[in-house]
Design a binder for this molecule. Structure first.
Ligand SMILES: [Zn+2]
Ligand SMILES: [Zn+2]
Length: 291
């Protein structure tokens, strides 16, 4: 990790604790008194009180798995898991790997697998709900950490080395675009070669029970757990970001939809802008049948 300013750098060596209700990690000198992510309006407080796990307890409780979803595009996740349980994605490129989003916790074997795949040149995430254990990847591989400046306040467990405003191309063919909306710094990753959008929580899918790579519905929210819609201005901003990006697959931190791309995302947004924004799941067949 880059050195930071002594004597403050030791704060980034404090032990980390994860909140079992949401999966947000904090570095603290003792078990934290509360979790800022759960107290935020986009989440909910735990109804039975706080429970925090240290690294080893989290690794024991939440086994880590991985799979190659498309050539050179890997997913790491935990199952079983508590909290939000996001997937982490590793995309191989000819000049280095990018990891986008963090799994709730990485096992040592999973980190060794990432090392076998070539390590990590650039690390990023869509927004704080899917930071997961990014700090483990940063500690192990010392990559550039590129995050939109709008969410800097949530990155206390990390060392941001490459803050950006609206767009960044940290590796050739890998584009980061700030959508704002769900979070002020909410960012999507567009992989030009794979025509793949890692959309964070900008979009949400329901999947076919027969094929987990096939989405049946699509939706967009300000806060999913509260079924709060986006504003018209936020939707227009999403549209402005998506329209120039020719993506054919859309992966959230939870779903990897092979059958939904730019056309479906724009149709969802246009439908909401034509009437009133809503948080409902819209069947993809209905969108495609619309004139
Ligand atoms: Zn929490
Ligand atoms: Zn979120």
């Amino acid at each position: 990790m880059s050195p930071g300013l002594s004597p403050f750098v030791d704060a980034l060596r404090l032990p980390a604790y994860v909140c079992s209700n949401c999966g947000f990690w904090q570095r603290h000198f003792a078990e934290p008194p509360s979790c800022p992510m759960c107290l935020d309006a986009r989440h909910v407080v735990p109804q039975q009180g706080w429970r925090f796990l240290d690294l080893h307890a989290a690794q024991r409780a939440f086994p880590c798995h991985w799979e190659e979803l498309e050539p050179g595009a890997w997913r790491f996740w935990n199952d079983p898991v508590e909290g939000i349980g996001p997937s982490s994605y590793l995309l191989r490129t000819p000049v280095g790997n990018v990891v986008f989003e963090g799994a709730s916790v990485f096992s040592e074997v999973a980190l060794d697998k990432i090392a076998d795949l070539g390590g990590v040149a650039v690390l990023s995430a869509s927004h704080p709900h899917s930071y997961g254990a990014l700090w483990q990847v940063q500690d192990r591989f010392d990559p550039e950490l590129a995050l939109a400046a709008g969410d800097f306040g949530w990155s206390a467990a990390l060392q941001v080395t490459w803050p950006f405003d609206e767009c960044l191309e940290p590796l050739p063919g890998i584009e980061l675009h700030r959508t704002a909306g769900h979070f002020d710094g909410h960012t999507v990753l567009f992989d030009r070669e794979r025509r793949l959008l890692l959309c964070g929580d900008a979009l949400k899918f329901e999947l076919s029970p027969h094929d987990r790579r096939q989405a049946t519905t699509i939706s967009a929210h300000k806060a999913f757990v509260r079924a709060t819609p986006l504003t018209p201005g936020e939707l227009r901003r999403y549209r402005d970001v998506f329209a120039p990006l020719d993506f054919r697959q859309t992966w959230t931190p939870f779903e990897q939809a092979r059958n939904s791309g730019r056309a479906e995302a724009l149709a969802l947004i246009d439908g909401q802008l034509a009437a009133r924004p809503h948080p409902r799941q819209v069947p993809l067949d209905e969108l495609r049948a619309a004139p």
